[in-house]
Design a protein around this ligand. Structure first.
Ligand SMILES: [Zn+2]
Length: 158
């Protein structure tokens, strides 16, 4: 069994235990559907796609009233949306790191930081601060700790 098929097997095993349906679909944006307990993700073929799929499972598991996917619509001003999205990203990546069988390799680390940074910039945050200024004060410790888990030991060279 190759390392890649081992990771794919782990992802499906985990999803099965959680009662989450995994749909592998190339050329489709990864997504999680909380209420349907379903994710759509690229075919799991390497560490990056494994982590992306874990991240989407993480949304189904960790999203709650503090994050984007749920909560009253009336609170959806841009700043609240950004704060929730960023916290949701942190929780989904943190969950992925907690359950993954392997540490993120360099391409995966790069993907995680780029994906997360996209949300930071879209919310009006800065890369230098990882957007922490957008996050509600009571969640900043959790947010920063998760960013540090990914950015720690980061180098531009693999
Ligand atoms: Zn996400």
């Amino acid at each position: 069994m190759s390392a890649e098929s081992g990771l794919r097997g782990h992802l499906f095993e985990l999803a099965g235990e959680l009662g989450i349906v995994v749909v592998e679909r190339a050329a489709s944006r990864p997504r999680s559907y909380l209420h349907e307990r379903r994710i759509v993700t690229a075919p799991i073929a390497d560490v990056v796609s494994y982590y992306v799929a874990l991240h989407e499972l993480g949304h189904v598991v960790t999203d709650g009233p503090d994050t984007m996917a749920s909560g009253p619509r009336r609170r959806r001003e841009p700043r609240v949306v950004a704060a929730r999205l960023l916290l949701g990203e942190a929780r989904a990546w943190g969950w992925a790191l907690d359950v993954a069988l392997v540490a993120p390799d360099h391409p995966t680390q790069l993907h995680m930081l780029e994906a997360w940074t996209t949300y930071v910039l879209a919310g009006g945050g800065t890369v230098a601060t990882a957007g922490i200024e957008l996050v509600a004060a009571e969640h900043r410790g959790e947010y920063a700790a998760t960013w540090d888990r990914i950015a720690r030991n980061w180098t531009w060279e693999p």
